[in-house]
Design a protein around this ligand. Structure first.
Ligand code: SAH
Length: 363
């Protein structure tokens, strides 16, 4: 029986085609040359994928039938299936997409004064185990390939095409730890940034990590202009370890060293996300300790009032305490904003929709 199952899994893997959205332009050129085709076709194909945003290889009208068939035999274009699409009263749209193997992921479109922002998922589940987060319920099922991340932005753009709007910015803050799927995440960044693809400027892309220290050094060395955020959530290492087990592997001091390296190397400002968990990390003393930790750093703090997760028992910080926390930081010279909540009526916070709709995946 065991044997049979293994064989079946292997076969399933062989049948699964690579997403065409996983290819960089030069990779597509190479593939075309290796398959006896003209490399310049790559530009045409990119145009169909990212500018005209077709949904079938058959629609590539200036690409000959033989090549269209070849592409269809090798690559997958229908990488994601929309299982659920919900619109919130504030215009936020939440998508639950189904993957080829039946797993599901979430993508969120947020409407801001400064444009449309898409929050993408990088993994099915997560293995970081933050004690307050819904995405980590059920652990990590698998990494997403680059094209499965790219396709999320394409799908949202296709929805916006109906109203002649465009995706203005992308945040990698959905389900999963992007630095735990580093190569695919980087590949995704390059594709959406490419002018012949979605052409989303680096300064309009934000990546957030829970603090995988060696990858922060690696990311600093990539020298991109991408906005970088760290999920901090605590002003000292003891409290951080209680909230985020990753702090046991990469301690706060080491994290701050990596942050300083990043700022020195790139000259860019860093954002710190700080979730306010009622009675846990939200006192004025915590704010003072945080100000000392961040003193002199080129940074900005984003305060996130906790999103209620039924499986977790954190409670909201009262409004007056949120403002007191913000004021303390401001008075001590730290740049700070309170994150505006969006789409709460449709469970738009990370991992919530999937946890609700796909209980079997998150147990
Ligand atoms: N894994 C990456 C990307 C997720 S970004 C990271 O940890 O940075 C999503 C942000 O929301 C992170 O800062 C995360 O810590 C935070 N978050 C997760 N669950 C939350 C909750 N219930 N309330 C408030 N913030 C939460």
């Amino acid at each position: 029986m065991e044997q049979l199952n293994t064989t079946e899994t292997n076969t399933a893997k062989e049948i699964k085609k690579k997403s065409i959205y996983s290819l960089q332009l030069n990779e597509l050129r190479n593939w075309l040359s290796e398959n006896g085709e003209k490399p310049f076709r790559a530009e045409q194909i990119f145009e169909w994928l990212y500018k005209k945003r077709i949904t079938s290889f058959e629609d590539m009208s200036n690409v000959g039938k033989a090549l269209r068939d070849k592409l269809a035999n090798h690559f997958d274009l229908t990488t994601l299936k929309t299982a659920i699409q919900q619109t919130s009263s504030d215009g936020t749209i939440k998508f639950l997409f189904e993957l080829h193997d039946g797993y599901s992921i979430e993508t969120v479109l947020m409407r801001h004064d400064y444009g449309n922002s898409v929050c993408v998922t990088t993994q099915v589940g997560c293995r970081i185990g933050c004690t307050f987060c819904a995405s980590t319920l059920g652990g990590l099922k698998r990494h997403l390939e680059a094209g499965e991340i790219v396709a999320q932005v394409v799908k949202v753009q296709q929805t916006l095409d109906e109203t002649d709007e465009r995706v203005n910015s992308v945040v990698i803050m959905g389900i999963g730890e992007p630095f735990d799927n580093y190569d695919n995440m980087l590949s995704f960044l390059k594709i959406i940034n490419h002018e012949k693809a979605l052409n989303i400027g680096a300064r309009h892309i934000t990546v957030s990590t829970s603090g995988i220290v060696p990858k922060i050094y690696q990311f600093a060395d990539e020298n991109t202009q991408i906005n970088f955020a760290i999920s901090l959530h605590a002003p000292n290492t003891e409290l951080r370890s209680r909230l985020m087990p990753i702090n046991k592997a990469y301690k706060l001091d080491d994290l701050m060293d990596a942050v300083r390296y990043y700022i020195d190397k790139t000259g860019r400002r860093i954002s710190f996300e700080y979730g306010l968990f009622g009675g846990v990390n939200d006192s004025v003393e915590h704010a003072e300790e945080l100000a000392v930790l961040l003193k002199g750093l080129k940074c900005h703090v984003n305060l996130i009032p906790v999103n209620y997760v039924p499986e977790r028992d954190y409670v909201r910080t009262p409004r007056d305490k949120i403002f007191a926390f913000e004021k303390t930081l401001k008075n001590l010279g730290i740049n700070v904003t309170i994150r505006r909540e969006q789409g709460s009526d449709i469970a738009a916070a990370c991992g919530q929709l999937r946890a609700k709709e796909r209980k079997e995946e998150t147990r």
